[in-house]
Design a protein around this ligand. Sequence first.
Ligand SMILES: [Zn+2]
Length: 150
Amino acid sequence: MDGINNNYTRAFTITIVNKSIILSEKDKEELAKYAEAEKPYESCAILVGNETDENWTVKEIVLTENTTKSEVMFTISPDKEFEVDQKAKESNMEIVCIFHSHPESEAQPSETDKKFMRVNPFPWIIYSGKTKEMNCFILQDENVKQISII
Ligand SMILES: [Zn+2]
């Protein structure tokens, strides 16, 4: 598993998906900064770009409000998601990823996350305010699989 972030404690077995997500350093920094600023609440964002057979490329990030204002949960309003999706399509893009942060826990999907990953079959990026790590996951065949962020 060379080149993959092995620097975190695995709570469950994770298969690495043979497809990466491309996120610029600038976007990573902006997402981390937003997550830190929104503490103690979870923060969230919608990442827009394109998907090919090899990867997902993030071209734009849309910082969204966590309407739940919770330390352990997040909600993006469906209206906002619809609006972002419409705008993306106008520019020949699509929603490629959902971002959210865990202010005080690891960058791994919670049970609640897994439930929502089932209905939002995008890659999910999770940033940990505790370890400052950013990991990406997707739920496939009821299993959480990791996607490398490059
Ligand atoms: Zn979560």
